[in-house]
Design a protein. Structure first.
Length: 192
């Protein structure tokens, strides 16, 4: 069964002015689509054709693993953003972040610091470790916490195609915009 490109959970223009529609159209319609199409091409004859994308990511090796991870990472990333996003998390997630980092401001500063420090392309994740505590993980390239024991709660794509069209190499500006559309409700629902 082929992997399908998931539809965005919102219209392209609804994250403006923070993330422009043209950037979303290129990022989702070109980059994400290419990862899905290449995953499907590489799946042929792999013995993994009948698995769901998450299982392919966990079991594949080599180029198939990379392409499948990018397809999954992007699909997850879209669910981390919302036109009604931004602000601070509430409930249990807020409590866990305050306990781990002191307060939300310190968490956000550390997440942003890690995103700015990541050389080249990759992802920064808010995860829940097996002990229940939250953590921030930076991964290079297509790497994903999905292949380990951590539960992904939130992802920030820091590949250049996430922001280059409208911000060139200003990753810090992109991160400021990212915080204004983060879907904290979705992140909180992923807690185990």
């Amino acid at each position: 069964m082929p992997i399908e490109l998931p539809a965005l959970p919102y219209a392209h223009a609804t994250l403006e002015p923070h993330i422009p529609a043209a950037t979303l159209e290129l990022h989702h319609g070109s980059h994400h689509r290419a990862y899905v199409e290449e995953t499907n091409r590489l799946l042929e004859g792999s013995g993994l054709e009948e698995l769901a994308l998450e299982q392919v990511v966990r079991q594949a090796r080599g180029r198939l693993a990379e392409q499948a991870a990018q397809a999954w990472n992007h699909g997850f990333y879209w669910t981390c953003l919302s036109p009604r996003g931004g602000g601070e998390p509430g409930g249990r997630l807020a409590e866990l972040l305050a306990r781990q980092y002191g307060d939300f401001t310190r968490f956000r500063e550390e997440f942003t610091r890690m995103a700015l420090a990541l050389p080249g392309s990759g992802w920064v994740w808010l995860v829940q470790h097996p002990d229940g505590n939250p953590g921030i993980v930076a991964t290079r390239g297509a790497a994903t916490p999905l292949t380990g024991a951590d539960v992904p709660l939130l992802a920030c794509d820091v590949w250049e195609h996430a922001y280059y069209l409208d911000r060139r190499d200003a990753r810090a500006e992109y991160l400021e915009a990212f915080w204004k559309v983060v879907d904290w409700e979705a992140a909180g629902k992923r807690l185990v």
